[in-house]
Design a protein around this ligand. Structure first.
Ligand code: AMP
Ligand code: TRP
Length: 396
């Protein structure tokens, strides 16, 4: 059975007959897919015993929740790195990116909103530069092995470790030192939110990921994933590589309105974040009202001048120069001039993304559905290789 693959403009670019992406390169035929499958299997599992892991080809995996249009923090902290990794990857590197819709369910969601956000996130990933013919892009819920491995990992995950992690506390707006004994925790905390890191570990391990590009806030989840991989391997044999976090140089992009907290999708003031779909006018307005201070001149001092320092950091991520280098150029300039330069840089960089995003969303030819189907097919095949080993070593 062949499916048409068309470009955004509707031009036919090929046919898909089976999951593409075992080699992440081109749309492949069933025959080729099988051969590649066994090649990949031997390559990874073979490498575990015969070669040092650092010689093994890389598998890069990351995920993002479909909970709204990504902002500048998501872009600089994660998405731009995904694209860079994709564009500089060696041919053997496997690239897999997931829209983690099951994770989004750990806080209450409205059905029609979630459905829309999933699609918008897929359009965004392509708009920022992920190429579905190079990277596997898929909805997490379309690949059931994620949930299966999650359950298996639940049987070894430590409640003590999970209770010390911060995600459930911040989502419930509880202090970092709160314990499970806390009355609010006892009444509000749901098992899905508490075990969020276990599902994240399953996402990573089911694809035998070696490298996981994320923002600084995900470091703890990566540490947990490595820990659970080691525990599993210790008990059942060398199945999972220990995944390494690749932390983006843009560790924490801060809120424009409250520059001591990170830019986030959930801040009550929409002017605190620049969305990838914002127009140049929206961007100009948001940067213009970004909170700074009354001091004259431009200096880089994140503790004393968090607002100005955040603007300098964002500028440096686009401009390529360090904050210190920027300060030597702008030290005598007004904050207004700094904001104008930043507005120009952000608008110029985001405009092509926005344009492509709008085209993708307007496309009624089923392009996004075809991409997600192709991605799910490939991700299923890849995850299934891991699961058959996992089931085997566990006696299932
Ligand atoms: P989330 O929106 O929480 O699903 O995050 C998606 C990705 O963006 C993760 O890799 C985060 O680490 C990264 N990220 C989110 N917010 C920021 C921020 N303000 N600065 C840098 N990275 C961020
Ligand atoms: N927890 C991540 C976030 O909030 C999203 C995520 C889920 C993820 N599974 C993942 C990131 C696996 C990297 C790898 O941003």
């Amino acid at each position: 059975m062949y499916r048409k693959i068309t470009r955004l403009d509707g031009r036919l670019v090929g046919f898909a007959s089976s999951p593409r992406p075992l080699n992440g390169r081109s749309i492949v035929t069933p025959f080729k897919a099988d051969r590649l499958k066994s090649y990949r299997l031997n390559r990874w599992f073979g490498n575990c015993t015969t070669k040092h892991a650092s010689d093994a080809p890389r598998t890069i995996f990351s995920g993002i929740q479909p909970t709204g249009v990504p902002h500048l923090g998501n872009y600089l902290g994660a998405l731009r790195e995904w694209v860079r990794l994709q564009n500089s990857a060696t041919e053997e590197t496997q690239l897999i990116f997931s829209i983690v819709d099951l994770h989004a369910l750990t806080v209450p969601q409205k059905c029609h909103m979630l459905r829309g956000w999933r699609k918008e996130m897929l359009a965004t990933l392509i708009a920022v530069g992920l190429d579905p013919n190079r990277s596997t892009i898929f909805y997490q819920s379309a690949v059931q092995s994620h949930a299966e491995l999650y359950w298996i990992l639940c049987t070894i995950a430590s409640i003590g470790y999970l209770s010390r992690m911060t995600q459930w506390k911040s989502k419930l707006q509880l202090p970092d030192d709160v314990t499970l004994e806390n009355p609010a925790a006892r009444s509000e905390l749901r098992l899905g939110l508490f075990s969020y890191p276990v599902l994240q570990a399953a996402d990573i391990l089911v694809h035998r990921a070696t490298h996981v590009p994320v923002g600084e806030d995900q470091r703890q989840h990566l540490e947990f994933s490595r820990n659970i991989a080691n525990t599993f391997n210790h008990r059942y044999g060398q199945i999972f590589p220990a995944p390494k976090a690749l932390i983006s140089p843009a560790r924490r992009v801060m809120s424009l309105k409250e520059p001591t907290v990170k830019m986030s999708k959930s801040h009550s003031d929409p002017r605190s974040r620049i969305l990838l779909t914002d127009s140049s006018e929206d961007i100009r307005k948001k940067i213009q009202v970004a909170l700074t201070d009354s001091e004259e001149g431009v200096t880089y001092d994140p503790i004393r001048r968090p607002g100005v320092s955040n603007l300098l950091e964002i500028l440096s991520h686009f401009d390529g120069r360090t904050c210190e280098e920027l300060v030597s150029e702008y030290q005598f300039a007004s904050l207004r001039a700094l904001k104008e330069t930043l507005t120009g840089q952000v608008s110029d960089n985001l405009a092509p993304i926005r344009e492509r995003y709008l085209q993708l969303i307007a496309n009624k030819g089923g392009y996004l559905d075809a991409v997600s189907e192709q991605g799910a097919h490939a991700a299923r095949a890849n995850a299934e290789q891991t699961m058959s080993h996992v089931r085997n070593v566990m006696g299932l």
